[in-house]
Design a protein around this ligand. Sequence first.
Ligand code: ADP
Length: 497
Amino acid sequence: MTNVSSFSLKSRSLKFKWTFGAAAAIFLTFFLFSYAIYQGIGQMLLNEEEQKVNSLLAETTANQVLKSGNLDNADLLKEVFDKSPSISRKIQDQVIAIYNAKGEQLDKYFLNSSQKTANNDFSSYFKPYTNDRVTNKPTISGDKMLISQGPITSLNDNSTVIGYVQIINPLTSYNKIMGKLLLTMFLLGAVALFISGMLGYLLAQNFLRPLTKLAKGMSDVRNNGFQQRIETTTKSRDEITELTVIFNDMMTRIETSFEQQKQFVEDASHELRTPVQIMEGHLKLLDRWGKNDPEVLDESLQASLTELERMKKLVQEMLDLSRAEQVSQTKELQITSINDTVEQVRRNFEVMYTDFTFKLDEKADNLHALIQHNHLEQLLIIVMDNAVKYSDGAKEVDMAVARSGEKVEVTIRDYGVGISADEIEKVFNRFYRVDKARSREKGGNGLGLAIAKQLVEGYLGTISATSAEGKGTEITITLPLIEKVAGEKKEEKKNGN
Ligand code: ADP
């Protein structure tokens, strides 16, 4: 319970992070974009206004009446300005301030509509005794203004400064447009923030939904047992679906392995129970009647010893199976000659079963595989044992060694009872016996082929059976071929020659 709640807490923090991250990214992009537009438009408008100021300044400083020195005659100037078409056309909302050579303001000239602008004192932005153009952009009573000054030179020599003209542009349309733009951007910014927040949240929720589902599924599996699986949506095949499929697959494997283990323990105890029961029966018999009857005594002792032997074999086989399971993890690898080992096993069987003929057909020589010699031997003995055990009077077993592509192939063929088609797949299962009573009679526990399969798969090989009932069985073992050794051998031979 604690784990479940701690998960949801973490997922919530992830959702918050994703929401916040996505929203911040979207908003930042919007903000930078807006800022660039705001600055761009502002600069464009300001350039336009600056041109207006420059044009009026040029027009005023070049005025003949001003240049001739009549700077303090207000009435005359007013008349001149009113009449000059170029000045009255360009002045619009701008204010012209006239200064004498000492920098004292003499007069201001403007249209009536600009009275409010003209009421301000601009003398503080005036810089006396300079022939350079001076431009300022101060903010006066809340509005940004553009102020530019230039010298008036005497008409006589065109170089003596007799006064100054200061043009004040109140940037009316600039201030209006920029104000509106700022307001619009703030409003849009607020909307963008809201939308990006929502979008971020939806995105985060969308991304996290399958993850939350997966975690919940995993938690259900943990609580309700690993037989349960997490549902996968077939619609989208994304990373999370993949993760779910992997998880389900893993759970199936765990379940299979668990079931196998359970089955093994059940089967093993069942297999062990039979000899124990038989021995118990015989011992009871002995206890009751056998002490003074040498015949019963002998029979019961023999039977008990047989069962004891069977138990010993069963325990050994179980141990072999457990070891065979670990083959793939052992790093002790050995290069073994297939031809030699098969021949050696064949010889041993020939000695053990003199009434049998064991043929070996070597279709290729110098075949080697990466397998421990004793494991290969064990594998061959299991299969050969079966061939003899289930020979049903046919006293021949054929062995063959061949190369098939990158593999070594060993086949062992008998002409015995055979296995029916519906049982052939099961003979490799643990404790599986086709005919339980008969197999037991022959001392079989049903573990031999299971050990063989485990061993061969541990060395990345395969084992398969083909059979026809009443005609015989063929078991094929394949193992990966080791090429290098074959090459070395050839070289060895060459050197020898
Ligand atoms: P067992 O120790 O009982 O022989 P195995 O695992 O070696 O166990 O074999 C499983 C079963 O497969 C055997 O009980 C037998 O019925 C069948 N079997 C195996 N090899 C052969 C064969 N060569 N011919 C016929 N039946 C076979």
